[in-house]
Design a protein around this ligand. Structure first.
Ligand code: C2E
Ligand code: MG
Ligand code: MG
Length: 697
């Protein structure tokens, strides 16, 4: 039968069980994990104590009341070392734990005593053997009597636990720890009072059931409240820190991805760079190996990017590069390797072909895709590419070697002039080392006076009188002998030495003409070849003017030859440069005419005086109808434009006769004279021309 007091006890059992559960949950996130678990156990023990109290209060007879009382004793004996341990767990000091273990040993002895003693460990003899009336009239089985020494020991331990707890709370308060809360003090006071009341009941002073369980319930509620608050704070902090960490990790990952991307990619074109290309090439190698197919790399070098940078600015140069990159990407698709290796150099990987023919077709496709003119700031630029190809496994067995081999082929292509393609062959290795050697020596060659000029006469097609000479540079190399311009002019262009060498040529040619003039050879001019880079040099006008002034010549005594392909790259800019040169009075001529595919509309606009028909057309003029036709068309074109036409590379009388018949104005070639040293020109002139001034030496 549940009386009001029993119901209250049962409710407290539930509340204590709940508290135990709660403390267990908090233990996982609290910094006082051990204390929380201990607290959970204490709650359960108190629940047991309360339940045993209910059984004792409602016991039908003395025997049942004593049995329940022993259970209540058992739980209360367990509680003492647990409380000691709890305080030690909060205190976290070794000594506190040792004390708790000592108390546990004593309590264990008391538990045994409680079991064997007839009335439990508390009483030596009982004062009454029947239920009593509580203050409010409710009957309950309360036990009291003569207490034992064991009881006194347990009291001592209980008081000790209380003192220990107070000491801990005082210290915690000094350290401003979280457990110095007022609630804890109230709970401690409540437990002390309720425990003291229990003592009064035991000795028969009071007729009151044990209420220390309720006192503890208050502590349980306060403790859980505090730990919960602390845990919530910790959790919030944890979430904040983990969110911040997450952000940090994410930004780190992002920046390391960006860094990796920058390491393997080109910022301007967004294509892979050299490192990226090598990575992909290695993967392609593995695939080619396993599929027993050939692969190749096509290296492309945008010819004369420096000219665009110099004449239109780097921004325009960058636009050209980006456009080329886009065309390559669009043509090759995402799966093919397309990368930018250096300033004007691109690489395309070609794989999956059993035969060379397949690779060749792809190379042709790529070249066709990048060939169309590029429009920059409203101007059409005709870009050409030098190209080198190397194959796996034919030319190299590693990604690095394959690129290097294609690089050698590219060098050879560049030497052959803009727009050429070469395929790797083993002898290239040797020519490269020669080339590097030459490039190093080139810079000193001018200082050491190793350059000299030869002059090739240009004669009137009708009278065969010498009307001009073309200055052609040679390099007297100390070890290799005479080196021809085709071998070193491209190197000088690449290394930048061309500016100084070009100025020297203009100056020397003007000086030589002045010397001939002084000797009495009049009425002929000197022609000088300009390289692509020279044309864009801003101080070219000045160089020319100074050379003329120094030699005491007029503008019309000097002719500047510019190859057609150079002019075609940036037609608009070329016209501007030519006009500025023309204003100095010098004659301008288009060299190697017919090889640059200039449109008629463009040719009309060029402010030049003459065309020099390329010697490749002249060579076969006797045998090939087509070449004869080309020469005739060129001559007709020059006539229509009111320009002079010079045929170069005339090697025999048949060619000379044909060209004369077609209407060429001047003829130049081995048939008339090979390029000659300055003194030999004088002899040649003496031989062919009547001297205008008799006093010549
Ligand atoms: P280019 O201006 O077209 O010069 C004509 C080239 O044809 C010269 O070769 C000349 O020796 C050669 N040649 C002349 N007549 C005949 C012939 O009847 N048959 C054959 N097979 N060849 C003939 P070279 O001297 O080796 O010059 C080659 C190129 O080097 C020149 O072609 C010119 O573009 C360039 N070059 C020469 N000197 C200079 C220079 O001072 N500055 C620059 N930038 N380039 C130069
Ligand atoms: Mg020339
Ligand atoms: Mg020529």
């Amino acid at each position: 039968m549940a009386t009001p007091i029993a119901s209250l006890y049962l409710i407290s059992v539930g509340a204590l069980a709940m508290s135990a559960f709660h403390a267990g949950l908090l233990a996982r996130n609290s910094s006082y994990e051990r204390a929380c678990w201990t607290f959970a156990v204490i709650c359960l023990t108190f629940a047991g104590f309360q339940y045993a109290n209910v059984l004792q209060l409602l016991a039908p007879g003395l025997a049942q009341a004593i049995s329940a009382h022993k259970w209540a004793n058992f739980f209360s004996l367990l509680l003492v070392p647990q409380i000691w341990y709890l305080v030690a767990a909060l205190d976290k000091r070794k000594l506190a734990f040792r004390l708790a273990y000592g108390v546990a040993c004593i309590s264990a002895l008391l538990v045994v005593d409680n079991l064997v003693s007839p009335f439990g460990y508390r009483f030596a003899a009982l004062a009454s053997d029947a239920p009593v009336q509580l203050a409010w009239g409710e009957p309950a089985f309360l036990l009291s009597g003569t207490t034992t020494p064991a009881y006194a020991v347990n009291r001592l331990l209980t008081v000790g636990a209380a003192v220990f707890g107070v000491v801990f709370c005082v210290r915690a308060r000094r350290q401003r720890a979280r457990f110095s809360n007022r609630l804890v003090w109230v709970s401690m006071a409540l437990i002390t009072v309720t425990t003291a009341l229990g003592g009064a009941t035991d000795t028969g002073l009071l007729r009151l059931p044990y209420v220390s369980g309720f006192g503890f319930l208050f502590l349980a509620a306060s403790y859980l409240l505090l730990v919960r608050r602390e845990t919530t704070q910790r959790l919030t902090e944890k979430i904040r820190i983990s969110a911040a960490l997450q952000r940090e990790v994410e930004s780190h990952r992002l920046s390391s991805r960006r860094f990796e991307h920058a390491l393997t990619n080109d910022a301007l074109t967004r294509l892979p760079n050299r490192a990226g290309a090598l990575e992909k090439l290695r993967a392609m190698f593995l695939w080619s190996e396993s599929s027993l197919t050939r692969m190749g790399v096509l290296l492309l070098d945008l010819d004369r990017l420096a000219i665009i940078n110099g004449t239109r600015g780097h921004e325009a140069g960058n636009q050209v590069l980006v456009e080329v990159a886009q065309r390559l990407r669009a043509h090759c698709g995402r799966r093919r390797l397309v990368a930018r290796l250096g300033s004007a150099r691109f690489v395309v990987g070609i794989a999956g072909h059993k035969t060379w023919a397949g690779i060749e077709r792809e190379v042709e496709g790529v070249l066709a895709a990048i060939k169309p003119p590029i429009t920059i700031e409203g101007t059409e630029l005709n870009m050409t590419f030098s190209a080198g190809v190397a194959l796996y496994p034919d030319h190299a067995l590693s990604a690095e070697d394959l690129l290097a081999s294609a690089g050698l082929a590219l060098h050879e292509a560049r030497d052959a002039g803009p727009g050429n393609l070469r395929i790797f062959h083993p002898t290239l290795q040797q020519s490269l080392s020669e080339r590097i050697g030459l490039e190093n020596e080139l810079n000193e060659a001018l200082e050491n006076g190793q350059f000299f000029l030869h002059y090739q006469p240009q004669v009137c097609a009708v009278t065969e009188r010498v009307l001009g000479v073309e200055a052609l540079i040679r390099w007297q190399h100390p070890a290799l002998g005479v080196i021809m311009p085709d071998k070193f002019i491209p190197l000088a262009e690449e290394s930048g030495a061309i500016a100084a060498i070009g100025s020297w040529v203009i100056d020397s040619a003007c000086q030589q003409l002045a010397d001939w003039r002084a000797m009495g050879f009049d009425d002929f001019r000197v022609a000088v070849n300009l390289s692509a880079q020279q044309l864009l040099l801003s101080d070219l006008d000045e160089t020319v003017q100074q050379a003329l002034e120094r030699a005491g010549l007029r503008g019309e005594d000097l002719e500047l030859e510019i190859t057609e392909s150079v002019l075609m790259q940036d037609p608009q800019r070329s016209i501007e440069r030519l006009e500025s040169l023309r204003s100095l009075g010098v004659r301008l001529s288009i060299d190697d005419f017919g090889t640059g595919y200039s449109s008629l509309g463009y040719l009309k606009m060029l402010p030049v005086h003459s065309f020099k028909l390329d010697r490749s057309f002249v060579r076969d003029i006797g045998q090939s109808e087509k070449d004869l036709e080309i020469c005739a068309t060129a001559v007709g074109l020059a006539r229509n434009l009111g320009l002079e036409i010079v045929a170069e590379g005339v090697e025999d009388s048949v060619q000379a006769a044909q060209l004369r018949r077609l209407g060429c104005d001047l003829l130049q070639g081995y048939y008339f004279a090979r390029p000659l040293a300055g003194y030999a020109v004088r002899a040649y002139l003496l031989d062919r021309n009547e001297m205008t001034i008799v006093g010549a030496a």
